[in-house]
Design a protein around this ligand. Structure first.
Ligand SMILES: Nc1ncnc2c1ncn2[C@@H]1O[C@H](COP(=O)(O)OP(=O)(O)O)[C@@H](O)[C@H]1O
Ligand SMILES: [Mg+2]
Length: 354
């Protein structure tokens, strides 16, 4: 199942567009600043109700307009999101929906962009998000657990900040431990299944196997309950809960070396692609769900041989692919591969009939 149609209104520099996509491969090309990334961003926004470029969604609304609209058709389902200064409205088949997660479930999206390797270098949040993407899509109990955990954590942190008595702070612990341990189990089970796909794609793209280890957010020799108990004094000192799955992380190693110190920048970028492809395959295998793969500026910093390989392997995942490039010939797309080409110029998008 793929995104067949996309309608945009006042999305950044795109005043209006009606696009009919290939189920297989879509190329969006145009000069710098034309609006290519904006199109990928609109698909991402339709899936997640947030952007990968800004934390302020009102920036997505075209200048001098007071709303934006993205409407996508995926087989018989019509997904819509409208954002105005007063808020967000989400609709599925015309019906108002409260939870943005319903969009995410219906339209799973993976994104690769020129800064994607930050996943390996920056703080653990992106790595948790990477893992949780698959767990969320495959395991319906994960999101309610996560909500419950976050809610309980907030209460406990408030008690810590207010310098409440130990008894009062620890009132929250049983619930935090219960949802936290369940979340941890789901993440570990998800990662275990993901690892075989990561092996395959990292071998194919960088010729090496990459090990991914889960750090649960507390010292390994303890369980969560002990760790929480042991960290009470420190938690009181800092005014927040310093152990738990909200502090979890992933460690990527290659032959026992951290990939950040061992792989070249180019290899790190390919590793990110391997990780994204692994999630796509994981979701296909577990739920028979098709994913949308957005690749922004595919040619950036990849040589011809690796561009070809990347496209070949991306196609093999079965995802519906959208790539942007400022030079069409860089992709070397074969006519034997079913695809569509769209040209963007000053926010005007037109399909190039080949
Ligand atoms: N809210 C907005 N309203 C109008 N234009 C915008 C808005 N946000 C960004 N733009 C314009 O969008 C263009 C950038 O589009 P982008 O998709 O990043 O280009 P590229 O084709 O290089 O990927 C810039 O010209 C920028 O001025
Ligand atoms: Mg761009």
């Amino acid at each position: 199942m793929s995104l067949n149609k996309l309608g945009l209104r006042y999305f950044r520099n795109i005043e209006a567009a009606e696009l009919i996509f290939s189920d297989n491969f879509n190329i969006i090309y145009g000069d710098n600043g034309a609006g290519k990334t904006n199109i990928l961003e609109s698909i991402y926004y339709l899936s997640l109700a947030r952007s990968f470029r800004t934390t302020q969604p009102r920036k997505l609304i075209q200048l001098n307009q007071d709303y934006l609209q993205v409407v996508g058709t995926k087989e018989s389902v019509v997904l819509g999101i409208q954002k105005s200064v007063s808020g967000v409205q989400i609709k599925i088949n015309g019906e108002r929906i409260k939870q943005a997660s319903r969009l995410t479930t219906l339209l799973p999206v993976q994104l690769i962009h020129p800064q994607s390797h930050e996943l390996l270098e920056q703080g653990p949040k992106q790595r948790r998000q990477f893992l949780d993407w698959g767990v969320f899509h495959v395991e319906p109990t994960f999101l309610p657990l996560w909500h419950d955990y976050s809610h309980t954590l907030k209460q406990r942190n408030a008690a810590l900040r207010q310098r409440q008595a130990n008894d009062y702070i620890q009132l929250w612990d049983a619930r935090l431990i219960d949802s936290g341990e369940k979340m941890t189990e789901l993440r570990l089970a998800g990662l275990k299944k993901l690892q075989s796909h990561i092996d395959r794609y990292s071998l194919a793209l960088i010729g090496q196997k990459i090990e991914v280890a889960y750090r649960p957010g507390w010292a390994r020799e303890q369980d969560f309950a002990n760790a929480l108990n042991n960290s009470l004094d420190q938690d009181k000192h800092y005014g927040f809960t310093r152990v738990g799955p909200h502090r979890a992380d992933l460690v990527f190693t290659c032959k026992s070396n951290r990939v950040q110190d061992y792989l070249s920048r180019g290899q790190q970028k390919l590793l990110i692609c391997a990780l994204r492809f692994a999630q796509i395959k994981f979701l296909k295998e577990e739920k028979n769900e098709d994913v949308i793969l957005l690749i922004d500026d595919l040619a950036a910093e990849l040589d011809k041989q690796h561009r070809m390989k990347l496209i070949e392997i991306a196609l093999e995942t079965g995802a519906q692919i959208f790539v942007t490039t400022n030079q069409l010939n860089l992709l070397g797309m074969k006519n034997s591969i079913e695809h569509k080409v769209f040209h963007v110029e000053h926010g005007q998008v037109t399909e190039v009939v080949q």
